[in-house]
Design a protein around this ligand. Structure first.
Ligand SMILES: NC(=O)c1ccc[n+]([C@@H]2O[C@H](COP(=O)([O-])OP(=O)(O)OC[C@H]3O[C@@H](n4cnc5c(N)ncnc54)[C@H](OP(=O)(O)O)[C@@H]3O)[C@@H](O)[C@H]2O)c1
Length: 244
């Protein structure tokens, strides 16, 4: 039996842009699964959204833990039998140092969440997305992953990129991952895009961002619900595609 409303999983949805993406999807009538690695924080976020009328349910999910990822996919399968939307939002930004002072271990730590976690979660739920009539995958990327920006040493991004190798290159890798999944899944009608939410005030940047998390989430909600004629394999802000 299929459920009539859409089912969406947002990773790292207990706060920040992920929570606002879940809120935005729920406002469109979607059942949102609040992926979170901490039960208390995840349940609190789901409860907050439910208080606003959302059908929001906490789903235990640490994207760096294969058994947690597998268990999450099994729970979705048991409860719904399919998934319509996956928003790979969970991300970390640590290791604020110049490249020459950055350890490989720090890069590895960031990639575990920002890149390998995305691949693990995507592969685990792909069988469920394939059962959707309109599967959508949105990867939360950043303009800081754009090689065009990274290769401009005098551009407005330079002060950030000069001391953020783990994060910037993880998002560059995520962009490449996005393109390759888009290529594989195009013929099946599953659209896969990367989005950049802009510089939003969240815990990630100690609330130094200039936009709200809700403003940043809007582009993710738009791509998560885009029609079958929408883009795939693109990197988009709310104003449209930006250079890789
Ligand atoms: N803020 C910006 O300006 C900005 C700009 C461009 C892109 N982004 C991207 O937007 C996404 C959300 O960031 P944010 O700004 O909203 O930051 P945030 O408030 O720090 O939220 C990050 C979320 O990811 C979760 N997370 C981290 N590691 C996880 C793991 N191993 N498993 C599951 N969840 C995990 C966190 O959970 P815990 O609470 O348990 O730590 C939290 O829910 C990230 O991918 C980030 O790179 C942000």
């Amino acid at each position: 039996m299929t459920t009539p409303q859409k089912i969406a999983l947002v990773t790292g949805a207990n706060k920040g842009i992920g929570k606002e993406t879940a809120r935005g999807l729920a406002a469109l009538g979607t059942t949102v699964l609040i992926g979170a690695r901490d039960a208390e924080r995840g349940e609190a976020a789901a409860e907050e959204l439910r208080a606003d009328g959302a059908d929001a349910r906490f789903l235990p999910l640490d994207v760096t833990d294969e058994s947690s990822v597998r268990a999450a996919a099994e729970r979705i399968d048991a409860a719904f039998g399919r998934l319509d939307v996956l928003v790979n939002n969970a991300g970390i930004a640590v290791g604020h140092r110049r490249p020459s002072e950055t350890s490989a271990a720090t890069v590895r730590e960031v990639y575990e969440t920002n890149v390998f976690g995305v691949i693990a979660v995507t592969n685990a739920v792909l069988p469920l997305l394939r059962r959707s009539a309109a599967g959508r995958i949105v990867n939360m990327s950043s303009e800081l992953g754009s090689l065009s920006h990274l290769s401009d040493p005098d551009g407005p991004w330079a002060p950030y990129t000069a001391v953020l190798l783990p994060y910037c290159t993880s998002k560059s890798a995520l962009n490449a991952v996005t393109v390759l999944y888009a290529n594989e899944l195009r013929a099946e009608g599953i659209l896969v895009n990367a989005v950049s939410p802009g510089y939003c005030a969240t815990d990630l940047n100690r609330h130094s961002g200039v936009r709200t998390a809700g403003e940043g989430a809007a582009v993710a909600v738009a791509l998560a619900t885009v029609g079958e004629d929408g883009p795939t394999g693109a990197l988009l802000t709310e104003d449209g595609p930006i250079p890789w």
